[in-house]
Write a protein that binds this ligand. Sequence first.
Ligand code: GDP
Length: 328
Amino acid sequence: MPRALITGITGQDGLYLSELLLSKGYEVFGLIRGQNNPKHDLVRATVPGVQLVTGDLTDMSSLIRALEFAQPDEVYNLGAISFVAYSWENALLTSEVTGKGVLNLLEAVRLYSHGDASKVRFYQASSSEMFGKVQEVPQRETTLLWPRSPYGVAKVFGHYMTINYRESYGMHASSGILFNHESPRRGPEFVTRKVSQAVARISLGLQEDLTLGNLDAKRDWGFAGDYVEAMWRMLQQPEADDYVVATGETHSIRELLDIAFTHVGIEGWERYVKQDPRFMRPAEVDLLIGDPAKARDVLGWERKVDFPALVTMMVEHDVEEQRALAGR
Ligand code: GDP
C-alpha cells in the first residue's frame, strides 16, 4: 500500500487530494499544526481515513518526526499562508511559511532519505501568482516569473528550491504551477466563495448586499477537485518536472457575478454590489491565463468542470448550507 504525507491537510486541496489518494488505496497522513487545532474535527469528519500528525512547516524537527512516523513514498507540500491580500499585511510570516517552509520540508526529506534520492517523491504547490506582472500570455512553464505580492515572492523561492533539490540531489521533486482553483471548500476570504456565499444569502433574504474590490480583475479559475488529479499524475511520471495546471480561459469578477446571480434567478446584480478600496490590492496581477498544453500532453490531464459549472456548483452548495444554518 503506497503511503503519502500531505501538508496543508485542512485546506481545500488537502481534502480533495486525500479523497483521491484514499480512493486509490493509499495510506494517507496529514500534517496539522498546533495543539487543539479546531480543524482536526473538520478533517476527521471529511476524510476519516486520514491519520493526523502534528507538525509545522516552520519547525524542521517536527517535519523529520512526521516523516519518520508516516514513512511516506510521496510528500505533497500544500501547506502555506495562501491569501494574497493577507500576505501584504504579514509579509515576513508569509516568507517564513510559504517560502522557507518549502526548504525546511525539502531538507527534512533529504535528511530522512539518507542519500537515497529515490526514496520519496515530492510535490510542491507552486502558483500562478509567481507570474504576477505577466511577461507572456498565456503563461507556460518557461515564462519569466515576476511576482507582485509577498505571497508570490515566497512561492518563487519555494519553486526554485524544489528545482534545485531536483537538479542538485537528484530528488524526484516536481512543481505544479497551479492557476486559481476553487470549490465549495474554498475559504470565504477568496472572491469566488465570497460571491457564492453572498449570492446564496441574498437569494434567501439573509443579506442585503455584497462589497467587493476590483470587478475587472480576471483569473483563470478551475475546479480544485480536477487539479489534485494533476498533482498525483506528476508524481507517477518516471522523471520529475514542472507543469502549469490551468483551464486556458480567463474570466472577470463581473462574469462570476453574472453567472452566480442568474443561477438564483436574480437579474441585474449591480443593485446588490458595492465597491470598497479596502478590497483592492496594492499591486494587482495582470492577465493571468495558463497554457495547460504540457500537462495535457505529458500527464494526459484535462479539466472536467468548466467555469459556469464551477460557479453553479459553489452557489448550489452555499444555498443549501445557508438554508441549513438559518434553520429554513
Ligand atoms: P488570488 O488570485 O489568490 O488573489 O484570489 P482571490 O480570490 O483572493 O482574488 C482574485 C481576484 O479577485 C483578485 O484580482 C482580487 O483583486 C479580486 N477581487 C475583487 N474583489 C475582491 C474581494 O472582495 N475579495 C477578494 N479576495 N478578491 C477580490
